[in-house]
Write a protein of this length. Structure first.
Ligand code: ITT
Length: 209
């Protein structure tokens, strides 16, 4: 069965593909939503990740008849009262890049403790403008005071994952997926979809005599 993902973020797309290979092989075929680059991105007006994930999934699913999912995710830093959170992609301003966001995060965190933080991901699954379900994932870690590693994207080079003894940018995509916020949310979504796909079809309504 075909399922579309809707994201403008290449790093997310790579992780969606890995997750589909791992959790949905032989059952679901994942593709980016056709024509996505020609569709104006919706304004992310939500104040929570859940609101923005559902807003994006609803919006993009109106452009297809198949299932469509979108992800809203971010970095929650305890010492910054949860910032950048829902504003993670534009932490350093409207023209933000991963590099400028990381530079600002380092500046805000200079000499600051505690350095605990978590990535949170909400995946929203929709069809034709209606939300079917949302799926959540979290990964806990701490922030380094200088970047390490070249894999991944976003804040990965600053996010140290204690169980691996390295940042999420120092491990490859497969290893990141095993423990990441996105990996967990996507595993939950594909588990749900596989269960739905294997449910017996509802019996036809009884015919009149
Ligand atoms: P789409 O809305 O098109 O999917 P986006 O990048 O704007 O792309 P979000 O609004 O969900 O997506 O912002 C997510 C930001 O949170 C992302 O740009 C990173 O800065 C950060 N982030 C989320 N997941 C991350 C991860 O796995 N590793 C590093 N940074 C991450």
């Amino acid at each position: 069965m075909l399922i579309y993902c809707a994201t403008t973020n290449k790093g997310k797309l790579a992780e969606f593909r890995l997750a589909a290979d791992r959790y949905a092989a032989g059952c679901f075929h994942l593709e980016p939503l056709p024509g996505l680059s020609a569709i104006a991105a919706p304004e992310e007006t939500g104040v929570t990740l859940e609101e923005n994930a559902t807003l994006k999934a609803r919006y993009y699913s109106r452009h297809a008849t198949e299932l469509v999912f979108a992800d809203d995710s971010g970095l929650v830093v305890d010492a910054l009262d949860g910032a950048p959170g829902v504003y993670s992609s534009h932490f350093s301003g409207p023209q933000a890049t991963d590099a400028s966001n990381n530079a600002l995060l380092l500046e805000r965190m200079r000499g600051v403790t505690p350095r605990t933080a978590r990535f949170v991901c909400i995946v929203a699954l929709a069809r034709a403008g209606g939300i079917l379900r949302t799926f959540h994932g979290v990964v806990e870690g701490t922030l380094l005071d200088s970047p390490r590693g070249s894999h991944g994207f976003g804040y990965d080079p600053l996010f140290y994952y204690p169980d691996y003894g390295c940042t999420l940018a120092e491990c490859d995509g497969e290893r990141k997926l095993e423990v990441s916020h996105r990996g967990r949310a996507l595993q939950a979504m594909f588990t749900y979809l596989r269960a739905e796909a294997s449910r017996p079809a509802a019996p036809p309504s009884s015919s009149r005599r």
